[in-house]
Design a protein around this ligand. Structure first.
Ligand code: AMP
Length: 129
């Protein structure tokens, strides 16, 4: 089972942002930007482009709703979208609040938030979902 499946099952804690019967959104634990969110299918599938056509379409529509919630909750110009999947073999879409191009740079020092701050960020996005 992947680490993200364990998150979906509640075996590993996460800062949940939103979910429905097929998809789950939660804060990235090592954020590049405040509000950096991952959107995953509950079904275990390695990579976004391994998903069935109807699943990837629904995944993107769910991510769109999450992105609108991020935009409403976190001051930003746009919400950037990125797919890598180099570390975790469970499909995930990164959503990142953006002001500058550099806000998508995964090589820059990542941000640190306290547990309370992460809870507050997740709640602020969840409220707008
Ligand atoms: P990648 O597979 O290259 O897209 O990167 C995996 C992403 O998942 C990284 O940004 C990690 O910070 C994030 N990540 C890994 N484990 C967790 C976790 N337990 N909770 C939240 N995010 C995680």
């Amino acid at each position: 089972m992947t680490i993200f499946s364990k998150i979906v099952k509640g075996e590993i804690p996460s800062y949940k942002v939103a979910e429905d019967d097929r998809f789950y959104a939660f804060l990235d634990i090592n954020p590049v930007a405040k509000g950096h969110t991952l959107v995953i299918p509950k079904r275990e599938v390695d990579y976004l482009f391994d998903e069935e056509d109807d699943e990837i379409a629904a995944h993107m529509v769910f991510a769109k709703r999450v992105a609108h919630a991020i935009k409403a909750a976190i001051p930003c110009t746009k919400v950037g979208v990125c797919v890598m999947g180099l570390d975790v073999p469970h499909a995930h879409i990164h959503l990142l609040p953006l002001v500058n191009e550099g806000d998508m740079d995964f090589k820059k020092p990542h941000l640190k938030f306290s547990d309370e701050e992460m809870k507050a960020i997740a709640a602020s996005i969840a409220e707008k979902f």
